[in-house]
Write a new protein. Structure first.
Length: 643
């Protein structure tokens, strides 16, 4: 059944010697789809342009005969397929069983090997993997098959899901629908449920799942959603990645900060598929999360670009001593390179924006620096060094080389309070140098790398303990003291992802989820990560753009409920307050005092205030019809105090 064309092969010497069959392509194959690089929407629309060589039988064993037949067939299948189905194929795929065949004739015919299957059929939802593993080969029928397969029909550019523009006046219909409404979960009902859960979680970020959903029916639907095999973390976050790219295009420089954090579920021992998160294999269990958040140079979070979540294998615990025998692809530290690759894809989609990948001392990996220098048009790299690397051309070592340079500038900073140490003002002496890094021991075949190093060291800090010292390595050109100071300020934006992780754990209470398995926790985590970003984004946007109307973030009923609660007056004015006013009123619901010395509210008071605002809005919507039918109700004057 389905679309297909069959050929018989005839020889003048041997007669009928074999046959080929071509049919419709496989619906979803991970290795093939990654090689193409298309979105789920583009795959659904353009899958018919791929055909599958499903059968190939050849009886006589004649040298080069198989590759010759494949070449002859590739020249005519495109015309024959179009004649029968009015579709011009651009790619042929085939699958070769690894244990039985080597695929030699396909390789000789210039077919490309793009990966292997996972040994699962389309009905294998339990991951039993009962069928043989097969090598995947593809043969392009056009010069640029990726451009055709990744584009929408009748468009010449790769498909990027459109996002409504926020102009500060006309607010889109619903932020949650704009953020994840394009999720490809194979069933539109799952997508609608995702939007609903995201709305409810944002309204009550600290609540449990039953408290979030409010009703038994919605609670049951939420648990079913998290347990569904299609609701993976990657699929839930995919549309958010796209909207993040849309926000990135409006900036000239974007800082892509990546960091790792752990999620502790030791108090939930019944949860399956967790792993150790401490130096002991039996003390603490949970998950590891490595994420990349895009920030403006002012520190406004634009959204996530990549999230990796995994559990360590308890059986592999204690094998750290073998790390020098493994390639970087087989180490956990490969997470830094994977995130950088995702940033590189974002850079390709936003050519007018310079992306800078930023990492802490754990990111001081030679392969990561090599990857960043490999593509001059790719994203830049800025990391804090931890290893005193050897330098080429008799430059000595990194620290001694940069320390020997003269001070190019002094930078005054304020060090925040830490533990029992009070906040203080201090000055950093800045030195810079261009250095050539030698490859580490055991990696002598790798090339030498030319980078810029910036040393920022605190002056006269003996009275307060260990002085501040940052050694930064960057692939950005640093020729002047102004450029060096700029890179230091960029690195200080890395603290934003720490605030984001605190918002995720303390604000969204992700470590209190009891969902039975790690896969379900990951699905819930994906939603809470979007909620945490939204809360953090509101806190920063209220500081940087305080005078825009609050309708960019608040529904009409929400800001009206705020005004009624704080002014005790009806009816409500038609003019919405500014974002700063609405944000401070919301934060006061969460305990923010709003005094002159208090500055701007943080994420904690905002997430607490949003939870109270949801209840106020529900009551306001319930009472509004009664107020309209009884206009004689007089306003009540009251001083709400400090909330």
């Amino acid at each position: 059944c389905g679309a297909q064309i069959r050929y018989l092969i005839k020889s003048g010497a041997y007669g009928w010697i074999g046959g080929l069959a071509f049919s419709a392509a496989a619906w979803h194959v991970k290795a093939r789809d990654q090689w193409i690089g298309w979105t789920n929407e583009a795959r659904r629309r353009n899958l018919s342009k791929i055909i599958c060589n499903s059968r190939f039988l050849l009886v006589p064993k004649v040298p080069n005969l198989g590759s010759h037949i494949l070449s002859r067939c590739a020249h005519r299948i495109r015309e024959d397929w179009h004649s029968r189905y009015r579709i011009e194929p651009v790619l042929i795929e085939t699958y070769v069983e690894k244990q039985r065949f080597a695929g030699t004739c396909y390789q000789a015919a210039n077919w490309l090997h793009v990966g292997s299957t996972q040994g699962r059929g389309r009905m294998d939802r339990l991951h039993t993997q009962h069928i043989p593993v097969k090598d995947i080969y593809v043969f392009p029928l056009t010069r640029h098959p990726h451009h055709i397969l990744c584009a929408l029909p009748h468009s010449g550019t790769p498909f990027i899901r459109p996002v409504p523009v926020r102009d500060g006046q006309d607010r889109p219909r619903d932020w949650a629908e704009d953020e994840v409404g394009g999720a490809d979960l194979e069933d539109c009902r799952l997508t609608k449920r995702l939007v609903t859960i995201l709305q409810d979680r944002y309204a009550r970020p600290q609540a449990s799942i039953p408290q979030t959903c409010q009703t038994r029916a919605k609670t049951k639907a939420a648990y079913r959603f998290f347990a569904h095999p299609e609701t993976t973390m990657e699929k839930i976050l995919a549309p958010h990645y796209q909207t993040t790219l849309k926000r990135i295009t409006g900036e000239s420089v974007v800082l892509a900060v990546q960091d790792t954090t752990s999620l502790n579920y030791t108090t939930h021992p019944a949860t399956q598929d967790l792993g150790p998160i401490s130096n002991s294999p039996d003390n603490f269990f949970g998950l590891w999360v490595h994420d990349t958040m895009a920030f403006t140079v002012e520190g406004v979070p634009l959204g996530l670009l990549d999230v990796q979540c995994w559990a360590r294998d308890p059986q592999q615990f204690g094998k750290k001593k073998l790390r020098h025998q493994l390639s970087i692809e087989h180490k956990e530290s490969y997470k830094w390179l994977k995130s950088f690759q995702r940033v590189a894809k974002a850079q390709n989609s936003c050519p007018n924006t310079m992306l800078v990948s930023i990492g802490d001392r754990e990111a001081d990996i030679y392969e990561l620096i090599e990857m960043a220098l490999g593509d001059p048009l790719g994203p830049k790299l800025l990391i804090r060094a931890t290893q005193n690397r050897a330098l080429a051309e008799e430059q000595g070592h990194l620290w001694s080389k940069v320390s020997s340079q003269g001070i190019c500038a002094n930078l005054g900073i304020r060090v925040p309070r830490s533990g029992n140490k009070a906040a203080r003002e201090t000055t950093l002496a800045i030195r810079l140098a261009q250095v050539i890094l030698k490859p580490p021991q055991g990696k002598s075949k790798k090339p030498e790398l030319t980078v810029w190093a910036i040393l920022a060291r605190e002056i006269d800090a003996m009275a307060v303990g260990t002085p501040i010292e940052w050694m930064l390595i960057t692939t950005c050109e640093v020729l002047t003291s102004e450029q060096a100071i700029e890179k230091i300020r960029w690195y200080t934006s890395r603290w934003g992802i720490e605030v984001y992780h605190r918002t995720l754990k303390s604000g969204c209470k992700i470590e209190e989820r009891q969902l039975g398995t790690a896969d379900r926790i990951e699905a819930c985590l994906a939603i809470d990560m979007i909620v945490a970003w939204r809360v953090y984004h509101l806190a920063k946007l209220g500081r940087d753009t305080p005078d825009v109307p609050c309708t960019v973030f608040f529904d009409d009923h929400e800001w009206q409920a705020l005004l009624v609660y704080w002014t005790r007056n009806l009816p409500v004015s038609d003019k919405p307050p500014t974002l700063r006013e609405a944000m401070r009123m919301t934060a006061q619901l969460g305990g923010f005092l709003g005094r002159t010395c208090d500055g701007n509210p943080g994420t904690k008071s905002l997430w607490l205030g949003l939870q109270r605002l949801d209840d106020l809005t529900a009551m306001y919507q319930f009472m509004l019809p009664f107020v309209k039918t009884h206009p004689h109700i007089t306003p009540v004057s009251s001083n709400p105090g400090y909330g």
